[in-house]
Design a protein around this ligand. Sequence first.
Ligand SMILES: [Zn+2]
Length: 328
Amino acid sequence: MPVQLTRRRLVEGVLAGAFVSRRRPVGAQSATLAFSYPSGLPGRVLGDGFLVRHGYATENTWYLPGYWHAGEDWYTAAGDAAGTGVYAAGAGEVVFAGSNYPGRVVIVRHAPELFSMYGHLDYALSVAEGDVVERGQLLGTILARTDGRAPSHLHFEMRTFFTTPEVNGEAPRYGFACGFGCPPGPGYWPIDAPEHPSAMGWRNPTHVINRRAWPGGAMAGVDVVVSTTAQGDAPLWDDPGDDAGAAPIADVPLRAGDRYPLLAVEVGAEEGDGTSAEAYRVWYRIVLPEGAEGWVQAAVPSMNDAGSDGRASSVRFDFVPAVAAPTP
Ligand SMILES: [Zn+2]
């Protein structure tokens, strides 16, 4: 007769395994990743302790209603993000370092049609145009905002263009402060425009990172970590939980720092056409300490901020890859 894993046994296994696994060094397996999250707190893993208050192609209601956000706004969940390190999401060349957003903007080219953009950095940057950077290399720190428009945060975009005529080239479709020939671009796209931001070349940053982090699907030896912003339990599903027919098979207690081996990822399209945080789709297949396998939701829609239609604009990370934030 096959071994039957009861929920009680699963939970006990998680508890026992977590105690052992927490003692492992945080960054032991970071070398295998090709892409990672763009910010991190000292001594923590990249992405832990952050809340994406305004996700990709969501409405930023209190800052700029009527517009889709062209990127992600990364805030620290506790305290102020000013001074927090900002790191290259992947290897590439710094093709822009300047502007006043407020704060500096850095743009890194990873491939002919893949750029990452980091806005609201402190004026003292750690890189200059022409520098070749590695994934995780320090670019600068988050600017301490004093203009009263928003708390300190990182504006982070992934996109296919440096400049493109309709967005920030010779024929901008809409008027923004950063207009003609301005590489950073507007950061927003009108809701009443006929095109979704993805049709203009912007991409869902979290989807890009999670789709490209493990080239060829080589996840062996990579762990994921429960973040400090996770709370309660997460269902463990037999299939990614939004698949038809998926069923929960256990509960995983969300204790910050617990580590689980990563077996597979299921990530939504880079050029997704959703218009709320509900369109985020990042699932990790993990293995529990006593061997049971299943899927957990890594990027979870949050009602911390919502669009004018009432749908979630924020995203929190319950599980993040075990990649240590370098010391700024
Ligand atoms: Zn932003």
